[in-house]
Ligand binder design. Structure first.
Ligand SMILES: [Zn+2]
Length: 124
């Protein structure tokens, strides 16, 4: 097995090991919108060692939003409360997605949240 591939496998194994704990933390609901459509782990910082802080349990529509340039404003309202989570992957991850929107309430919501000030400055 090539070294890069082995690292990738180890990485995935570490993610899977945390899966049970994170699913429990999430109450088996999406940590952004509380939906339950095809829940899977999502990595906020895939280039770092997986941890409870860097992983969130998200539903399919929320995972789709992580890659969307112009997320649907209606769906964005559903993840607004995620900004108040004390888990960085949940709060900061949601802030990153929200910040791509031009909706007027988004900026204010991020400003009011307790996410890391450095992250906030980068997003606003
Ligand atoms: Zn969701």
């Amino acid at each position: 097995m090539a070294k890069g591939e082995k690292n990738h496998q180890d990485h995935l194994a570490s993610v899977q090991l945390l899966g049970k704990q994170i699913s429990k933390r999430a109450g088996f609901r999406c940590e952004w919108c509380e939906g339950d459509d095809e829940l899977r782990l999502w990595e906020y910082q895939p280039d770092q060692e997986p941890s409870l802080e860097s992983l969130a349990l998200l539903c399919r529509p929320c995972r789709d939003m992580t890659g969307a340039k112009n997320p649907d404003p209606h769906r964005l309202r559903n993840i607004r409360n995620a900004l108040w989570s004390d888990v960085p992957a949940v709060a900061e991850g949601a802030a990153v997605v929200l910040s791509r929107s031009k909706e007027p309430w988004v900026r204010e919501a991020i400003e009011e949240s307790f996410i890391d000030e450095g992250v906030k400055r980068k997003l606003l």
